[in-house]
Design a protein around this ligand. Structure first.
Ligand SMILES: *Cc1c(COP(=O)(O)O)cnc(C)c1O
Length: 435
């Protein structure tokens, strides 16, 4: 079989044979395959470092898409997974119970706010949001309330790449125009970030409450939509509006969950309890694919009864995979036993200080920090690939997108390594601004 081989990567001109052979056949995420060069061959990870096939090391500034909260290869998680691998890598959850899924469901009930206590497991964030959406629609149906089938979501929001979740993403991010006709049309609003938007949202909700199953939102930070922050009061407002209008509140903590914003869950900072919460990304500390959809007592109870049609009809083949659940349990233990949240706050303080000089760079529009998330926003990034290349040359793994140069380092990142990351951000951004 012959296939088109992607262009060589200037950062890695002599790739290993497995890359040369496979690159013609592997379809990469979010990539124009005609122009995207071969990706960098990584052969090992350890702590906050990624080793390339030629021995070069990169400090990871983004925790492999925001997952590796404890850094890579944490011995605690490795041992838990390895023990589970010996005993039982997988077994179907239909008809069988196993310890990791049961213990994890119980642990999540303990650590999530309020009476969030009933967890459904899946393998990706997008699917966990799909499940939350299904739960919300059926919650109303099971109570005999028909017509509440739509969702209110927010400009700048991101909730996944599947057809259902695309419909609650920002219209541009979710490619609503391109996929018009394929994705359901939902109700798009602005987050109530000021008085005017608050009034507009109130009116919008009053108009659409009868057809709305739930509001879907990311708490405190819209991640993939551009690392845009909002105040905890915004979440409190959404909670109050949902209560007043008989609408469920789905809080998508897939990005923010597990310490990223300085608390274990972002919604804690608003003192609110969503009706349904989704988690994934850092759930297993960046080791295995797992996601959870956790519902409050009243949501769960709406599915109880003699009628089999009232049950939640969903069941991914790998739901509650024992390896992934064992990893998540070990990860949660680490959050308890090691000072992760203090580390997140220390990272915040250091980033505040070290990123501040970026404000002096022309073309920088904003510098902002929330927990272990540091952002330099510039006017416009038309050469993202130049940035990516320069960062690798500087020995760091940082991937700007839109007009955002950001880091979400592992929470265990030491002072010096963090300075390498922030230093590279400043250096490369300065270079770019004066090019
Ligand atoms: C990444 C992300 C998702 C999608 O998760 P996948 O595992 O990529 O499907 C959903 N919501 C938020 C907030 C995310 O950051």
């Amino acid at each position: 079989m012959t296939a088109r081989i992607p262009p060589l990567n200037p950062l890695f001109p002599s790739p290993p044979d497995w890359l040369l052979e496979g690159a013609a056949h592997l379809w990469l995420p979010y990539s124009q395959m005609q122009t995207t060069p071969m990706t960098l061959p990584a052969v090992k990870t350890e702590g906050v470092r990624i080793t390339l096939a030629d021995g070069r090391e990169l400090i990871d500034g983004i925790s492999s898409w925001w997952t590796a909260a404890h850094g890579y290869n944490h011995p605690r998680i490795r041992e838990a997974v390895s023990r589970q691998l010996d005993a039982m890598p997988h077994i179907m959850l239909g008809g069988f119970a196993h310890e990791p899924a049961m213990r994890l469901a119980k642990r999540l009930a303990d650590v999530t706010p309020g009476d969030l206590a009933h967890t459904f497991f899946s393998e990706s964030g997008s699917v966990s949001v799909e499940i939350a959406m299904k739960m919300a629609v059926q919650y109303w149906l099971n109570q005999g309330k028909h017509g509440k089938t739509r969702f209110i979501s927010f400009r700048g929001g991101y909730h996944g790449d599947t057809i259902g979740t695309m419909s609650v993403c920002d219209p541009e991010e979710g490619m609503h125009t391109l996929f018009k006709g394929a994705i359901p049309q939902q109700l798009l609003a602005d987050l109530p970030a000021d008085r005017e938007k608050e009034a507009a949202l109130e009116a919008f909700i009053a108009e659409h409450a009868h057809e709305t199953a739930a509001i879907v939102t990311e708490p405190l930070v819209q991640g993939a939509g551009g690392m845009v922050f909002h105040e905890p009061a915004v979440l409190a407002k959404l909670r109050a509006l949902c209560d007043a209008h008989d609408i469920l509140l789905i809080v998508d903590e897939i990005f923010t969950g597990f310490g990223r914003t300085g608390t274990l869950f972002a919604c804690e900072q608003a003192g609110i309890v969503p009706d349904i919460m989704t988690l994934s990304k850092a759930l297993t500390g960046g080791t295995l694919a797992l996601a959870s959809t956790t519902a409050r007592k009243h949501v769960f109870e709406a599915f109880l009864g003699e009628d089999p049609d009232k049950a939640l009809m969903h069941g991914p083949t790998y739901t509650g995979n024992p390896l992934a659940c064992a990893a998540a349990l070990a990860s949660l233990e680490l959050f308890e036993e090691e000072p992760r949240l203090e580390q997140a706050r220390a990272i915040a303080a250091q980033m505040e200080e070290e990123l501040a000089p970026a404000r002096e760079i022309s073309r920088v529009r904003d510098v902002r920090v929330l927990g272990a998330l540091g952002v330099i926003e510039v006017d416009k990034l038309d050469d993202v690939n130049w940035f990516k290349q320069r960062f690798v040359e500087e020995g760091v793994w940082i991937r700007p997108f839109r007009n955002i140069i950001y880091i979400t380092p592992p929470l265990v990142t030491g002072k010096e390594d963090l300075s390498r990351l922030t230093g590279a951000m400043l250096k490369v951004t300065r270079e770019w601004a004066t090019r």
